[in-house]
Design a protein around this ligand. Structure first.
Ligand SMILES: [Zn+2]
Length: 331
């Protein structure tokens, strides 16, 4: 659907380059031609620099989704995307506004992908991984559920924790950047201000973009429960929960107790239903394996306690090793 993806890429790269520059980091952003939905981060010891690679497929899938769904054909979706938690009656459809809204969601979704990879580098994950593994392996973004008892020289549970940490870095930095730039004169989000009703909507739109991105990656697809002692990621549905929890924590730090996880979790299902329809219509998934009920088991008590175990038992030791490689204060 997108005619020239390079234009979309070039609309986003300057801000990301600017973030890298502001932190005085030696990171190269590479855009690969591959169509698979994937991005990665790695540290090159020999060159003493890091590389964030993002496939064109990430840009295309995200752009196509928002621009084909936020249209006159889907008034409910447009309304939910603009006002995720309140019901606004008589929401008049305006084509230009819908396009700007789609562009803003593209911006948010892509920035999260970038920040997640940046998190792997700034929090020292990539350099640490490189130090324990001579094969210079890299972190990739996709929901690759490959199993392996030892992943790249570290345990699967440590790997899971690093992914949670990169998500947490992305959510934290996304939100604080959005809130800061709302008060500045000239920013990268000026072009979207017409579709941001109030500052309070910024975190909600950002949260919604994460719910949508995760749904778009097939969170509703039927899958076998993975062995938690071997998987690279915690289950997708729990992963989304953790991202939402971080958003709420950061948001409430800025504004006091204003939103709760329960309120935000109510958004997941309606969006998932709409996105699952899109995934079926566009042929990404077969209807028979896609349902918003499929992933509810990933919020079980067992998976909750596994996630707690990662924070309480795996993180402290891992954190103490990452400190030598990180260029920021770790959580
Ligand atoms: Zn990652």
């Amino acid at each position: 659907m997108v005619n020239n993806i390079d234009i979309i890429i070039n609309n986003h790269l300057p801000e990301w380059e600017q973030i890298i520059k502001e932190h005085n980091l030696d990171i190269e952003i590479r855009i690969n031609n591959a169509l698979e939905f994937n991005a990665s981060a790695k540290y090159m010891k020999s060159e003493k620099k890091s590389i964030i690679s993002i496939n064109k497929g990430v840009f295309i899938k995200i752009y196509d989704f928002y621009h084909s769904v936020l249209t006159e054909k889907n008034p409910r979706f447009v309304q939910m995307a603009k006002y995720p938690v309140e019901y606004v009656e008589d929401c008049v459809y305006d084509e230009n506004e819908a396009k700007t809204l789609a562009d803003f969601y593209v911006y948010l979704s892509l920035k999260f992908v970038f920040l997640h990879e940046l998190g792997h580098i700034m929090s020292g994950h990539s350099a640490y991984l490189q130090s324990v593994n001579s094969k210079h392996d890299e972190f990739s973004l996709n929901m690759n559920l490959n199993e392996g008892e030892i992943v790249n020289g570290i345990t699967a549970q440590q790997y899971q924790m690093l992914e949670i940490d990169a998500d947490s870095f992305a959510a934290t930095n996304m939100l604080s950047a959005l809130l800061n730039c709302y008060t500045m004169d000239k920013t990268y989000i000026d072009r979207f201000k017409s579709v941001i009703p109030t500052t309070h909507h910024l975190p909600l739109l950002s949260i919604t973009s994460n719910i949508i991105s995760m749904s778009l990656q097939g969170i509703g697809a039927k899958r076998q429960q993975k062995d938690l002692s071997k998987a690279k990621y915690i289950p997708m549905r729990m992963r989304l929960n953790e991202i939402l929890r971080v958003y709420i924590k950061v948001y409430n730090t800025y504004y006091g107790q204003q939103i709760t996880l329960e309120e935000i979790l109510k958004l997941v299902k309606p969006f998932e239903i709409l996105i699952n329809q899109y995934l079926v219509e566009t042929g990404y998934f077969d209807e028979s394996i896609l349902s918003e009920e499929n992933n509810l088991g990933e919020l079980s008590e067992e998976i909750h306690s596994h996630t707690k175990h990662l924070y309480n038992d795996i993180w402290p030791k891992l954190r103490s090793e990452l400190i030598y490689f990180a260029c920021i204060q770790l959580a």
